[in-house]
Design a protein around this ligand. Structure first.
Ligand code: CDP
Length: 212
């Protein structure tokens, strides 16, 4: 059995970059679980399903059209906000559970990133990282990723969106964003992308040994 690596953390903390780099370093498949919730949010928006209609959202998630993972609107701020609303529905989380658990159970191991990987999806993961950074640093990163749209007013809007999403993700009853008791905290506030990746790989090697 290969190792399972769980990477959790709030919006724009760098968890996606770190998860992709760990997957590449150890030759493991990677699943961005946030993209699944974003795809359900997009399907719901297009089918005009309300963000609190649990049963209808659950049905959309069960029959998720995976081509939505390539949709240009997947990464928009609007889809992110919607994703954090629909992901509070237990029906949605339940519908996406088996797919994520199966991905984590591959014989060769896997890397998954999200909010509840270390706590719910893969509680026995060999390595759990909880990646975070100060909210203003995360807001700036996401604003730059979105092309620094709207100047300083745009930055303020992204910061407000991230605050709202953090609060929603932490306060929901179903699988809230929480650091697992056995996770290692990686604070990337003062680290650039390369430094954060290097630190994550060092932590992984010290826990799992070098890539084989
Ligand atoms: O990339 P970013 O961190 O901004 O967001 P994402 O990982 O794509 O996740 C979008 C939203 O999906 C989050 O705000 C969460 O509400 C939800 N999500 C979740 O509930 N559980 C996960 N395992 C992953 C994402």
């Amino acid at each position: 059995m290969g190792p399972v690596i769980a990477v959790d953390g709030p919006a724009a903390s760098g968890k996606g970059t770190i998860a992709r780099a760990l997957a590449q370093h150890f030759g493991l498949p990677h699943l961005d679980t946030g993209a699944l919730y974003r795809a359900v949010a997009l399907a719901a928006a297009r089918a005009q399903v309300a963000t609190d209609d649990g049963p209808a959202l659950g049905r959309l998630a069960s029959g998720l059209d995976l081509s939505l993972l390539e949709d240009p609107d997947l990464r928009s701020a609007d889809t992110a906000q919607r994703a954090s609303c629909i992901s509070a529905c237990p029906e949605v989380r339940q519908a996406l559970l088996a797919f994520q658990r199966d991905f984590a159970a591959q014989a060769g191991g896997a890397v998954l990133d999200g909010r509840d990987i270390g706590t719910v999806i893969a509680p026995d993961a060999e390595l759990k990282l909880f990646v975070t950074a100060a909210p203003e640093v995360r807001a700036r990163r996401r604003w730059l990723e979105l092309g620094a749209a709207g100047g300083l007013a745009g930055l303020a809007a992204v910061a407000a969106e991230i605050r709202a999403r953090d609060a929603r993700d932490q306060d929901r009853a179903a699988a809230p964003l929480r650091m697992a008791d056995d996770a290692i905290l990686l604070d990337t506030t003062d680290l650039d992308k390369d430094m954060a990746v290097r630190r994550a790989i060092e932590l992984a090697i010290s826990r799992l040994g070098p890539a084989s």
